[in-house]
Design a protein around this ligand. Structure first.
Ligand code: SF4
Length: 273
């Protein structure tokens, strides 16, 4: 199974990478060629990921992601941070799309893969494993052997934002990548939105791509965000809302493991409909 994000171009020159504790595999230009054919990315996704990784469109986020990568958290001081936009990851033939918010400053901004190496991923990947979407419950770095099946992970913005809060302009800047990704992932039937920002990002995609102007204004009222709510949308997909598996939600019990398992079981059921 091809995994998006497994093959990416050379790093931008502004961050130096070494082999030690490095998110190394995406930096090997030969990596994708060495994979068996069934594990290679489709050309459109390779091109898209290359553009994402080189993107300088949001000055505030570029400065922040690189500053975090330089200064590092004490626990990761021996790690070479990714420090660039984080491309999507998963099965390009997926029927389930997970829409996240943005890379975590010391999670995927460090490892280069969505939800990898942070608390949200620690909560989510065991659930994906239990529900059959992942081959293993842990996600520590890009060489950990993780494969997703029938599921692809993307985000509303691809650079770590300060305080996890992208601005409306940054969300708009990143939207063209999202549009191309969603359109390329032609088998998606169910979108699992993690949190309100991810939920709104999909509704905004819908407005841009699938709704006439006279229907665009009422979208938020027609599809209110509520954990567990699912909506059949005019583009034929089902939007399934979940609280984000952030520390804030999981440690307070707002989102429990059982609730999250139920979301992905429902996503699997809807994909089979
Ligand atoms: S958030 Fe998106 S548009 Fe902005 S710099 Fe990162 S990849 Fe580019």
């Amino acid at each position: 199974m091809a995994q998006a994000g497994d093959s990416t171009p050379s790093p931008s020159p502004q961050i130096y990478f070494s082999m030690k504790n490095s998110p190394a595999s995406p930096l090997r230009p030969t990596a994708d060629k060495q994979r068996p054919p069934e594990q290679r990315l489709p050309h459109w996704l390779t091109v898209l990921n290359r553009e994402v990784i080189a993107c300088p469109r949001c000055p505030r986020l570029v400065a922040y992601r690189e500053q975090v990568a330089r200064e590092k958290r004490r626990a990761y001081r021996d790690h070479d941070y990714w420090g660039k936009p984080v491309p999507g990851f998963g099965d390009p033939a997926a029927r389930v799309l997970v829409m996240g918010l943005a890379p975590g400053a010391h999670g995927s901004n460090r490892t280069g893969r969505p939800f990898t190496g942070d608390a949200s991923g620690k909560f989510m990947f065991p659930v994906l494993y239990e529900t059959g979407f992942a081959n293993q419950p842990n996600a520590t770095d890009r060489n950990d052997g993780l494969r997703l099946k029938d599921l692809y992970i993307t985000a509303a913005v691809r650079c770590a934002p300060p305080a996890n809060k992208p601005t409306p302009a940054e969300l708009a800047n990143c939207a063209p990548f999202l549009d191309r990704e969603i359109e390329g992932l032609g088998k998606v039937k169910v979108v699992v939105a993690l949190g309100k920002i991810g939920f709104d990002a999909y509704l905004n995609y819908l407005k841009r791509r699938a709704l006439p102007p006279n229907e665009q204004r009422s979208v938020s009222k027609r599809y209110p965000f509520k954990h567990g709510a699912s909506y059949r949308l005019p583009d034929g997909k089902v939007l399934l809302a979940s609280y984000h598996p952030s520390n804030q939600n999981t440690q307070t019990g707002k989102l429990t493991r059982e609730m999250f398992v139920a979301i992905f079981k429902e996503a699997a059921r809807l994909a089979d409909e």
